[in-house]
Design a protein around this ligand. Structure first.
Ligand SMILES: Cc1cc2nc3c(=O)[nH]c(=O)nc-3n(C[C@H](O)[C@H](O)[C@H](O)COP(=O)(O)OP(=O)(O)OC[C@H]3O[C@@H](n4cnc5c(N)ncnc54)[C@H](O)[C@@H]3O)c2cc1C
Length: 395
């Protein structure tokens, strides 16, 4: 460590902490780096590569367990202190945000303006970089990759590369925004992100309808309303958020009333998001929307507490199992596999203990793309220092 520490301290004065091994995500971390500038971040990646030091990249640490295990890094790299260019342009409806900034602080700053940040209310400390790196999709705004216009990324080579920018359709050739969004820190460290903000809807209404007593197809129809921004089934209640202009909202609320829906002043979605992030063992099945009810039944029969998004074909099951007991983990895993067969789509393990993830591919079946995934990883991170062991195929 010594020569690496010495070189690091010259790059990050006061930003290098060596310590007794700390266990995190299966890794034994012996030092923590806290870069404050993009140049220092890029240099610390280059030096870590030269010394073969694997790095565990940490943002707000609210979703580190959605990854393959064990991680084989020996150093923790914190992103929250990285200060870089920042801009919120309420005329153009775009924002340039440091990756280390929390989603909630940006939402607070935009409160009362005519725009909102199209990232759902992620975990308390969740960062912009963490949401984009994990392509975290909440109930309302759809996948972050639909809102990311540009990025600045630091590569293990020490390069800072910028792609996209403040305007829409500003990429020539491959859309690298889409490659790095959802790459879970396996290709580069996100420094800052250009985001297209969403206009605040004229009206938002919350409707709750009993899920029992209705045909799944009728509920799916309800969830597909033009101004239905979120539709979630939990504990036999279908919660809707209807957002848009007055007439459109009124039209959809009237339709949902035919399903026994009642307008409520209560925004249930905050609580549902928390519940959706429960554990200790959580699976996500993504498939045909028409199969959401059958998939929900399979996961519930296997002991999962189910939260379903019919219109998106996404169904989650949270299993309150002893995550050291291999038998119950295997049962939950087989239940998820059966549910994904029914859904006609993949399943992923969004949360599980490190030991429960050993020898399992949490991101779901990779199939024939594995060699291509490995090729892209080795192009950007030939020494394999970024989040080693955590990405697809334990890359
Ligand atoms: C109680 C709770 C509620 C939640 N509610 C929601 C919700 O409502 N909606 C939602 O979408 N999510 C939610 N989440 C999940 C979580 O907040 C998000 O997934 C968030 O994206 C994680 O951000 P983070 O900064 O904490 O990332 P971390 O957990 O620190 O990291 C997540 C992944 O991204 C990588 N990473 C982090 N920063 C960078 C970077 N700058 N560059 C490259 N890679 C990076 C890490 O290596 C890791 O693989 C919730 C989580 C909790 C615990």
């Amino acid at each position: 460590m010594s020569s690496w520490v010495a070189e690091m301290e010259s790059i990050l004065p006061g930003g290098v902490e060596t310590h007794a091994p700390v266990a995190l995500e299966g890794a034994k971390l012996e030092a923590t780096l806290r870069p404050e500038s993009r140049e220092a971040l890029a240099a610390s990646l280059r030096v870590s590569r030269e010394h073969g030091k694997g790095l565990l990249i940490v943002g707000g640490s609210t979703e580190l367990s959605f990854a393959n295990a064990p991680c084989t890094a020996c150093v923790r790299l914190d992103t929250v202190g990285i200060r870089t260019e920042r801009e919120i342009d309420l005329e153009e409806g775009v924002a340039l945000l440091p990756a280390g900034e929390t989603v909630r602080s940006v939402q607070a700053e935009l409160a009362g303006s005519s725009f909102e940040l199209p990232f759902d209310a992620a975990g308390p400390e969740a960062t912009i970089g963490g949401v984009v790196a994990s392509a975290r999709q909440g109930f309302r705004y759809g996948p972050p990759r639909d809102h990311v216009l540009g990025m600045l990324v630091a590569l293990p080579s020490g390069e800072l590369v910028r792609f996209g920018g403040r305007v829409v359709k500003n990429v020539t050739g491959y859309d690298l925004n889409k490659l790095f969004t959802g790459s879970f820190g396996s290709l580069g460290v996100i420094v800052s992100v250009w985001v297209r903000l969403q206009p605040v809807p004229e009206r938002v209404a919350f409707v709750a309808a009993p899920a029992d007593g209705h045909e799944p197809a009728a509920l799916l129809q309800g969830a597909r309303g033009a101004s239905v921004r979120a539709a979630v089934v939990a504990s036999s209640i279908l919660h809707f958020e209807v957002a848009g202009d007055e007439a459109a909202v009124e039209h959809d609320v009237a339709r949902l009333r035919t399903l026994g829906g009642e307008v409520s002043s209560d925004d249930a979605f905050g609580g549902l998001e928390e519940a959706r992030h429960g554990g200790p063992f959580r699976v996500r099945v993504t498939g045909r929307p028409t199969r959401w009810a059958e998939v929900s039944q399979i996961l519930a029969a296997g002991g999962g507490v189910v939260i379903a998004e019919p219109a998106r074909g996404i169904v989650r099951g949270t299993f309150a199992l002893d995550d050291q007991d291999e038998r119950s983990i295997a049962d939950a895993w087989n239940c998820a596999r059966e549910a994904s067969r029914c859904a006609g789509g993949p399943f992923a393990i969004e949360a599980a203990s490190v030991s429960a993830r050993y020898g399992r591919e949490v991101y779901g079946a990779v199939g024939a793309t594995a060699p291509l995934q490995r090729a892209i990883k080795s192009r950007y991170d030939p020494a394999g220092i970024l989040n080693p062991g955590r990405f697809v195929g334990n890359a």
